[in-house]
Design a protein around this ligand. Structure first.
Ligand code: BTN
Length: 272
């Protein structure tokens, strides 16, 4: 799309240069175009003759049917973003997918902070914002395997090189990119490597994801605790103050009506 796209092309070499991770990125695939990297990971790489190992990462320069949360779509012009999906094969089928989602969200923040001068904040459940503009989103999807295992696709979309005119008009005032938020040129492979390293820091340790550690890191990177939110769940609208966020219990809201209620990120839409 811009000059940056050719100088900072995504290739297996540029994304694995000095990577030194334990789990994430042990195999890296770069596709020029795919419908959705999440779909590709779950339908093509999860099992069968193309089955890929745990920690495989698929990047795409363009998606023709990128998926967002709650059935929404995710648009990006070719060569403008980091569009990637990590394949995880958790050893324990019951291991909490919501924990993986929280850990991945914290990791994307840390990866962006360590490779740019941008400091995103997390907006529950797993959106990254700079000011009022959405910078990145994360979509975690799973697939039960015929051998009873579970494949988890951690899909990440980070707007990198877009300028305002690249965003569809209906989201232009609510979207941003690293290029718009940063005073420096954006090196997509460097940001990609930093995100993979941060994901590895959070997802490779064998002692698992301790809820209190996750909640602490997540809260530090989010301005949400104590702020107001309006959520839509089961067709009803709820407004109140955010009291807490937890991997298993979801978001705890002190409703304006006086009651307290927990919300599951898988079924809740946040409207402000
Ligand atoms: C959201 O904010 O709704 C989540 C957006 C997630 C988008 C990424 S882009 C790479 C991966 N492949 C997809 O189809 N979706 C995720």
């Amino acid at each position: 799309m811009t000059g940056h796209a050719s100088t900072h092309a995504l290739t297996v070499e540029s994304l694995s240069d000095g990577l030194a991770t334990r789990r994430i990125g042990r195999r890296i695939i770069v596709l020029p175009e795919v419908d959705s990297t999440n779909r590709y990971v779950l339908d093509v790489l999860a099992e069968g003759e193309d089955a890929a190992p745990d920690g495989t990462v698929v990047f795409a320069e363009r998606q023709t049917a990128g998926r967002g949360r709650l059935g929404r779509s995710w648009h990006s012009p070719a060569g403008a973003s980091l569009l990637l999906t990590v394949l995880l094969r958790p050893p324990d089928r019951l291991r909490c997918v919501a924990s993986l989602m929280m850990a991945a969200t914290v990791a994307v923040v840390r990866g962006i902070e360590s490779s740019t001068d941008v400091e995103p904040t997390i907006r529950w459940p797993n959106d990254l914002y700079v000011g009022e503009g959405k910078l990145a989103g994360i979509l975690v999807e799973t697939r039960g395997l015929s051998g009873r295992g579970l494949a988890v696709a951690v899909g990440i979309g980070v707007n990198c090189l877009q300028h305002a005119g690249h965003f569809p008009e209906e989201i232009r005032s609510r979207a941003t990119s690293l290029e718009l938020a940063s005073s420096r040129a954006v090196d997509r492979p460097a940001v990609g490597r930093a995100i993979l390293r941060a994901l590895d820091d959070w997802l490779a340790p064998s002692d698992g994801l301790r809820p209190e550690v996750l909640v602490e890191a997540w809260s530090q990177a989010s301005g949400d605790i104590g702020s107001r939110a309006t959520l839509v769940c089961d067709g009803a609208r709820f407004t109140g103050r955010i009291l807490d966020v937890h991997p298993e219990e979801g978001l705890l809201l002190q409703l304006d009506t006086g009651a307290r209620k927990s919300f599951d990120p898988a079924t809740t839409r946040r409207i402000c």
